[in-house]
Design a protein around this ligand. Sequence first.
Ligand code: FMN
Length: 382
Amino acid sequence: MGKAKSAINIDDLRTLAKARLPRMVFDYIDGGSEDEVTLRRQVDRYTDYELQWNSLVDISKIDTSATVFGERSPLPFFISPTAASRLFHPKEGELAVARAAQKVGIAYSASTLASQKLDAIAAAAPDVPKIIQIYVWKDRGIVKELMARAKAAGFTGCVLTVDTIVAGARERDPRNRFTVPPKLNSKTISQALAKPGYLLDMFTSPTIGPVNFEGLDTGGQGIMNVINDLFDRTMTWKDAEWMANEWDGPFAIKGVATKEDAVRAVDHGASAVWVSNHGGRQIDTSVPVIDLLPEIRAVLSPKTELIADGGVRRGSHILKLIARGATSVAIGRAYLYGLAAGGEEGVDRAIRILKDDVERGLGLLGVPRIADLDGTLLRLRS
Ligand SMILES: Cc1cc2nc3c(=O)[nH]c(=O)nc-3n(C[C@H](O)[C@H](O)[C@H](O)COP(=O)(O)O)c2cc1C
């Protein structure tokens, strides 16, 4: 039995990931921007919302289902898009995550900067909703072509990420002299040699890169430079509207932080508003997502989905986000730690931990249907 299988919580998977990965790669998953205030506070903030519960409610049947990109999902959480998953598991990367999502029937989102082809991802998760995440490239032809390819591969949802027009200052990366894909230098070599298992996987697998952009001239640059050089800083709501029309299906704007932008997102064609600060990797000292939800929910019609992510390490975090107004929750590092710890088995474990937490949590709260969760059982610690 792999070690990941016996992890009891997400933090156990993080510890296993740390043991498996070279320091620079672990830091790339684990880190945030600048002083990492958002990164830390976002996780801690969940504990400020304290719980009450209903007693003596029949909890023999627990319903954890939710709507995700217009479709019924058996669980209220799904896979958030993350770049270059093969960095964390060189042999399979995105495919291991997609297979794990397929097994439990939750949606999978592929990053613009995925390190496996969209067709292969779709084949690994044929029956679950698939969502393509897009950044806006200066060359709109690239965006159009990527959307067409995603549609042809069976992706049903599209998300435009708007918090990454410029790359955040993730200080662990330059300190480790780390780039995506990793380049060899005195620092990265010594860190890589300390993890021979990973190194072997890396050397026996194809080079890691944004494979859905074959032929794109990135000038051999790392991902952060691609963001800074090839993403479009002139992008406005007009362009978002163009994309929503172009996609013509469930469409979310990810990285919304104000109620005004939530209204603009809907006015410009989004069917879902995705509140996120990129897991504390973009602007530091941003407000924890859980604090923002009620004011944003209040300006949306009931039919508009409100997706939330950031700092989810326990099922209770998911329940609290939903109680504050989220329709569904996206997970990032929680599954990446699992992927790094044990490939598909590690992602299975991460999902299982959160699923069990959510089911147990609803039982403990005396709320058998997740759809009935609201703010009445939450108190903000004074
Ligand atoms: C290693 C890593 C890579 C990411 N890459 C992307 C990306 O390519 N596109 C995107 O929209 N968000 C990306 N994100 C942000 C996630 O989708 C999500 O918003 C964030 O991870 C949620 O916070 P959590 O990791 O604390 O759950 C990335 C996050 C991490 C940790």
